[in-house]
Design a protein around this ligand. Sequence first.
Ligand code: HPA
Ligand code: ZN
Length: 324
Amino acid sequence: MKAFIENMPKAELHVHIEGTLEPELSFALAKKNNVSLPFDTPQALIAAYDFYDLPSFLKIYYAGMSVLIEEDDFYQLTWDYLAKAASQNIVYAEIFFDPQGHTIRGVAFDTVIKGIRRAQCDAENKLGIRSQLIMCFLRDMSAESAMEHLKLAEPYLDWLVGVGLDSDEFNNPPIKFKDVFALARKWGLKLTMHCDVNQKNTLEHIRQVLEEIEVDRIDHGVNALESDELCELIKSKGLGLTVCPVSNQFVVQSLTSGEIRDMLKRGMKATINSDDPAYFRAYLNENLIALQQEGDFSRSELKTLMANAFSVTWLPESDKRAYL
Ligand code: HPA
Ligand code: ZN
């Protein structure tokens, strides 16, 4: 089964590029950029990873960004992820980035997006892995800041396939960003938002992403299973759900294999993803292998999960067919 998973051509639709920062690269960049890290070795840094809910993860995730300063740093970060992804037989990836996590530290938007884009182009040419970029807004920052960043992206619209919403969901409902997402839609971008596992007001947040924002996809969205009505709506719209088993395990102590199977039984388009693989110490293959073991998933179920991923990508329909 492990070989079956490893050999399967795969798509990944929920991976934060800053969440792919491996401790070794973090140390190399810290040295180059004269940034001091509060750890002596990459192993000591990993040992300090202590996540049990979304805020405890985000604190470490944002602290990790301090070493990313120059365009080449964003290039190296993205190249390393795409090389790792290609080595896992991922043939297509949609990658999130968090520009506000960088501009707030004085790193220019252009520096971030140019480094990422250059690595995407090189990886496609040299490694054959295709990718598209999704710009995320931090929901614990203001709607005004999100709007400013959308406008910073205007010269680069050809480099973006969509926008997303991440960071701390507590008291930051989707509706807060209604105008920002409406403008992004007007500019031709696809829309997705995180509805993280077990958040306050989760069902109301899922309802808002469906009915008020009218997203094209939902990131996580596992709690929709608590409402038959929301499940029906997701199914009728054919929306993909980007579920992240190992990420979920830190919050709910389960890879949510039961919930993922339930989604498949209901005909919902669940997909499997790694979220922040360097922090959670599991890339896509490790997520799939762990999930298969916990839930005793069959080959046919794994094939369905991967076919779902390709079918809900934001590739042009004609390109999508080549993978299905
Ligand atoms: N949820 C919310 N924000 C995030 C995540 C996540 O899983 N990863 C990086 N930022
Ligand atoms: Zn995420």
